[in-house]
Design a protein around this ligand. Sequence first.
Ligand SMILES: [Zn+2]
Length: 184
Amino acid sequence: MSHQTGNFGNLPPVEIVSQNRRTLAMRVTPAGIQVLIPCDLDANSLRVQDFIKTGLQKLQTSEVSQTSEVSAEDLKALVSTWSERIGVQIKRVQIRTMRNKWASCSTNGTLTLSTDLVQLPSDLVDYVICHELVHLRIPAHGKGFRALMGCYIPDWEARERRLARWAASSSQILHCIQKRQLQP
Ligand SMILES: [Zn+2]
């Protein structure tokens, strides 16, 4: 099995994996986009390159059609709605440029949101905010965290996967300060 990362203009980086298989496949993983190709195909061949380009375009247009933009004020309103629902106290919300995070939440109750959130479909913004606020109750991504996420957003896992696609196209990741503290 061989790995290779390609860059296709302004499209997201893609990992190409050669496998003992007959067909081409594209899959979205939390780490980004993977393209699985048969061993006898050259990763640089036209067939593979076309497959990747078409696949990425499909991913992007399916997301774009679902976008409904959220303003900075909407973000703050969403934070108060969610903090009330989850029963946590947010002392301060700051919205600023973040290089590779969607959001982070510190244990002293400061929630930092990326200005890039306004480009996301609103249901993904809900997911990001809910995820960060649930961390104030459960710091790690264990069973309890997953159960609580499921109470508030039953389809949170599907949203997380969709967010990973956005992440792949904008090099953003959902980052959790608490997670880093617990698992250095
Ligand atoms: Zn987290």
